[in-house]
Design a protein around this ligand. Structure first.
Ligand code: SAM
Length: 423
């Protein structure tokens, strides 16, 4: 149970987070930077409670009713979600609050609507149902997305072998196990501080969810090729692709965000890659793109998306996204994919990817693209991964990862190949 200092700080943070005007992790980092008196244990307890509450907020709001505010939500979180002992709560709450806590602790979730039980936005559940997903599967997905995610690392194969990194981490008391699918992944349970570890500083590994590693792998990028990471951001996937290319050939990292591309620079320096060319573009239709038309062996479109597949890490996205924002993203996704496709040469690969579980951001975008671009053909991801000796259960030719099934974030990828125009 939180002590008084931690409790008051948690309330402060929640008051700043809950308007949902900025990402919760950004607000939390800023708060910790300003409140220097808080020790490591305080910080860990506060962060855990804030993120725990956000994960369960749709359920908590249903339980506490419309008039409730932050304090009631926190009490309900301790009582109904964490099932705290009433005696523990006596040090923080008065009689009236304790009586509420007791009522909430006895909640029966089975009478709640599906989206509440799954702790997902109502519109997102409606979209999954409209696509034919069964109630039990939605519930299972929601439950898996409520869990905290483990920490995955991607070993930089340009510099190190996976076993060697695991051995060195073990020597530092960090237990890292190979991830089930990615040949470069290590999974760590617990929260060791890794950003000061020599292996990290020397570019031996990066923090990257296994699902994200698989998206890079699906580009099939090889030595000496011309490859583009169209929405490179801070380069999580760029770095993985650059290592697949053994730092040869040329790898363009495009993005419209100067700040994100700037964050790629120190990561590139650590990685030892010399084949990456970060390129700021004004939009997906930038002249720089036109000049490179038809030249790429592979193009990855890691499209801007709702992020609903990453709720284990970013639970506030349940509230920061809406039907309207997803509709706007859908238009952007289609436009970016169509533009990025122009870069692909005949026989080249186009990978469209998101970290979403919503059909409108995934297969609907790909279906519409394929219908409008008969020169592109869908490849079966199951065959591509089998060739890499990756044994993964998938329901169809595209990659859709589910946290409950694959223990990864909810990533999506479709791989297409550009065929020669019919004579
Ligand atoms: C899902 S994030 C990319 C994450 C990154 N690939 C990684 O692995 O770390 C999507 C990125 O698309 C960028 N973006 C948004 N609109 C874009 C556009 N029109 N053209 C290119 N990139 C765009 C955003 O700035 C953001 O960095």
């Amino acid at each position: 149970m939180l002590n008084r200092t931690q409790f008051d700080a948690t309330l402060d943070v929640l008051h700043q987070v809950l308007p949902f005007t900025a990402p919760a992790d950004v607000i939390l980092s800023r708060y910790f930077r300003d409140e220097r008196q808080l020790g490591a244990r305080d910080r860990a307890a506060i962060a855990e409670t804030v993120f725990g509450l956000l994960r369960h907020l749709p359920r908590i709001q249903w339980l506490t009713g419309e008039k409730a505010g932050v304090i009631e939500w926190l009490i309900a979180y301790f009582a109904a979600i964490e099932k705290r002992n009433m005696r523990e709560m006596e040090s923080i709450f008065d009689e009236k609050r304790l009586a509420q806590a007791k009522d909430w602790k006895a909640v029966d979730w089975s009478s709640a609507p599906l989206h509440v039980q799954a702790s997902l936005p109502e519109w997102a559940v409606a979209a999954l149902q409209a696509d034919g997903m069964a109630e039990a599967d939605i519930l299972e997905t929601g439950r898996a997305l409520m869990q905290a995610a483990p920490l995955d690392l991607r070993v930089n194969i340009l510099k190190m072998k996976r076993d060697a990194v695991a051995t060195e981490l073990a020597a530092a008391g960090i237990d890292a196990k190979p991830t089930p699918y990615s040949p470069w992944g290590l999974r760590i349970f617990g929260k060791p501080a890794l950003n000061k570890h020599t292996l990290f500083l020397n570019g031996g590994f990066e923090v990257q969810d296994e699902g994200s590693q698989l998206l890079a792998l699906l580009t099939g990028a090889r030595r000496g090729q011309m490859v583009a990471d169209f929405c490179a951001g801070a380069g999580g996937k760029t770095l993985a692709i650059g290592a697949m290319m053994q730092s040869t050939g040329r790898l363009y990292a495009f993005d419209i965000s100067e700040k994100r591309l700037a964050n790629l620079k120190p990561r590139m320096a650590r990685s030892g890659l010399s084949n990456v060319q970060p390129q700021l573009i004004a939009s997906e239709n930038d002249q720089k793109i036109k000049r490179l038309a038809g030249k790429m062996d592979a193009v990855l479109v890691d499209a801007p998306c709702s992020g609903l597949g990453t709720l284990r890490r970013n639970p506030d996205l349940k509230f920061r996204q809406s039907e309207q924002s997803v509709r706007e993203l859908n238009a952007k996704q289609a436009s970016i994919l169509a533009s990025a496709a122009r870069l692909v040469k005949t026989g080249g690969r186009l990978v469209y990817a998101t970290c979403s579980i919503l059909p409108s951001e995934n297969k609907d975008v790909v279906d519409a693209f394929l219908a409008a671009h008969p020169d592109f053909e869908l490849l079966d991801v199951r065959e591509l991964l089998a060739k890499e000796k990756i044994d993964i259960a998938l329901a169809g030719p595209v990659l859709q990862l589910w946290p409950q099934q694959h223990a990864a974030d909810g990533f999506f990828a479709a791989v297409m190949v550009k065929r020669a125009a019919a004579a």
